[in-house]
Design a protein around this ligand. Structure first.
Ligand code: GDP
Ligand code: MN
Length: 377
């Protein structure tokens, strides 16, 4: 579960990492009261789960109450990557001397958590990872013992940090690693990790993803964190695994492996997946309808590919779910369904009666058909 910045910041604070004093506001009046307590200048930040918020105009420094009210008014209701902002973080403005990047995340290739540190923090770490990957220092971490201080310090030194900053940042990164493990994180990232004009390191942003399987142990409930209902939350409520991507084909498949293979096929046919949705086994008609609605609501989706292999699932249930959406919502995006297995004839008949193309053969065949239709749109 991804936490909002204000929750992530709280997690960092509890782990001993310095952050700017801040408060949470859900109305313009609350924002004004919060800023008055903190003292100007402050920075007003849209609380959305999507990345790239700063670039999208979701972070606004303000000098006085007039500017604060204007910024808060423009941020409330603002949509960033399909997410509407209804909460603001009001933080005391920082006098920044340097911005670094520090994060711990699960690295699938290394099969371990990895510390990533970079002397060039700020908003464009993703670009840097592509254009100048050598600038990212990486240290694979053991899940059995925390790294020794000198191992962390070496990485930070190799990233080019010197002088008084080196031991101070090392301490912060050490706290970050301990927090990652203590809170069962899948990702815990500070970008930027700033050094202020007075030399003190301060986390100016927090991105925390808690391992869903550890929520109970962490005393968290999946629904508590987010006030607005996101597509991710709807997916969780429907019991399906959903990940938003940035292409144009929504992929729904019965099983994570089939979903990944489907995405590969979509890519091989010259398209890109807009979302990944794994229905799991035994999906009901109602949850199938919700899965399709979530996929259709994903920003960027122009077509949907459903790849269902029904063993525990039932093709008729799946088809009824799809038919509900076709009948009630009349989606504009074309759909192609490849479906085989339990009750397939019944399922095919339901879909065919709604003029939904059904592929009975190979995945490639279905995706090629979809790619051709997309090109014609
Ligand atoms: P993100 O784009 O969603 O990652 O938003 P961040 O919270 O990381 O903010 C984006 C950028 O805004 C940072 O890299 C900083 O350069 C800047 N920023 C954030 N907080 C402050 C602040 O208190 N003072 C100043 N001067 N800049 C800030
Ligand atoms: Mn950031």
């Amino acid at each position: 579960m991804r936490l909002f910045e204000y929750e992530g910041v709280e997690l960092l604070r509890r782990s001993g990492i310095a952050t700017m004093p801040s408060g949470v506001a859900r109305t313009i009046e609350e924002a004004a009261a919060c800023a008055a307590t903190l003292g100007y200048p402050v920075v007003v930040k849209a609380q959305v789960l999507a990345g790239g918020r700063g670039k999208a105009g979701g972070v606004k420094p303000v000098q006085d109450e007039t500017a604060l009210r204007a910024s808060a008014a423009s941020l409330f209701g603002m949509t960033i990557k399909g997410e509407t902002c209804d909460t603001l973080l009001v933080a005391k403005a920082a006098d920044i001397a340097h911005e670094f990047y520090a994060g711990v995340t699960l690295d699938a290739a290394a099969g371990a958590p990895v510390l990533i540190f970079c002397a060039e923090g700020g908003m464009d770490i993703e670009t840097l990872a592509k254009t100048a990957p050598h600038k990212l220092r990486k240290l694979p971490l053991s899940t059995l013992r925390l790294p020794r201080r000198h191992e962390i310090l070496d990485q930070i030194r190799l990233a080019g940090i010197t002088g008084d900053t080196l031991p101070k940042i090392t301490t912060t990164v050490q706290q970050l690693i301990a927090a990652f493990f203590a809170h069962d994180c899948a990702t815990l990232e500070i970008n930027p990790l700033a050094v202020l004009a007075d030399g003190q390191p301060v986390a100016l942003d927090a991105k925390a993803v808690i391992d869903d399987s550890a929520l109970k142990r962490q005393g968290m409930a999946k629904t508590v964190a987010a006030p607005a209902v996101t597509l991710e939350q709807r997916a969780a409520a429907a019991g399906v695994n959903y990940v938003r991507l940035d292409g144009d084909v929504g992929v729904i498949a019965s099983g994570a492996g089939l979903a990944m293979a489907s995405m590969d096929t979509v890519t091989a046919c010259g398209c890109r997946a807009a979302s990944f949705l794994d229905t799991g086994g035994g999906i009901s008609c109602a949850n199938m309808a919700e899965a399709l609605r979530i996929t259709l609501a994903t920003p960027g989706v122009r077509a949907v590919f459903l790849n269902i292999f029904a063993g525990i699932n039932n093709c008729a249930e799946v088809a009824k779910g799809i038919a509900t959406v076709i009948d009630e919502d009349k989606p504009a995006a074309p759909l192609i369904v490849r479906m085989r297995g339990h009750s397939q004839e019944e399922g095919w008949a339901i879909l065919t009666s709604r003029n939904i193309p059904v592929a009975k053969g190979a995945t490639e065949e279905a995706v090629r058909l979809l790619a051709a239709r997309l090109k014609g749109l």
